[in-house]
Write a protein that binds this ligand. Structure first.
Ligand SMILES: [Mn+2]
Length: 177
């Protein structure tokens, strides 16, 4: 059993072209790879935002969407989402729905590390209590979607760039949080 997480490398038109170690791929010259983002809602209609652990390699301490991840080679998106929901937040998610199938971004964090992902965006629900893993999530909060949109519009620097872009694309699409 491998203890090294792997990611799926993609061509510019989104086709799988190989695999790489997750740690090795995230550098100042990160190659395009497959990921996902998920926004978790509760039955009150609030969305979960999380603060990335200070120990993380990329965007440490930054407030972002509920959770993200990289599907392993051969792993379905649905399985990857369930795996990361459990790993990062200790929850089971339901009603998983693809809301931004074509989301793609490249961003550079404060240390110079690059993210470069084709990153379909999902919405899901939970009624579980959030039990964050300390090496993934430092803090979390539930917030009204409109309040999050207002905050991100007013102070985009206070959030991960992909969250800000996803909120913009969601607002322009037929989907919403
Ligand atoms: Mn990545």
């Amino acid at each position: 059993m491998s203890h090294t997480e792997q990611v799926v490398l993609l061509s510019d038109d989104g086709l799988p072209i190989g695999v790489a170690d997750k740690l090795a791929v995230h550098t100042t010259e990160t190659a395009l790879h497959l990921a996902f983002s998920c926004h978790v809602m509760n039955e009150a209609g609030e969305v979960l935002v999380t603060r990335r652990a200070l120990s993380k390699l990329t965007w440490p301490g930054v407030w972002t969407n509920s959770f993200c991840g990289h599907p392993a080679p051969g792993e379905s998106m649905e399985d990857a989402i369930a795996r990361r929901a459990e790993r990062e937040l200790g929850i089971t998610v339901t009603r998983v729905e693809l809301v931004l199938p074509d989301f793609r971004y490249r961003a550079v964090d404060a240390s110079g590390i690059v993210e470069n992902e084709i990153c379909p965006v999902y919405r899901a629900y939970t009624d579980d209590a959030i039990a964050p893993k300390a090496d993934e999530v430092a803090e979390f909060s539930w917030i009204e979607p409109q309040s999050l949109r207002n905050a991100a519009a007013a102070a985009p620097f206070a959030f991960s760039p992909w969250l800000v872009w996803q909120l913009d694309e969601l607002a322009a699409s037929s989907a919403s949080l």
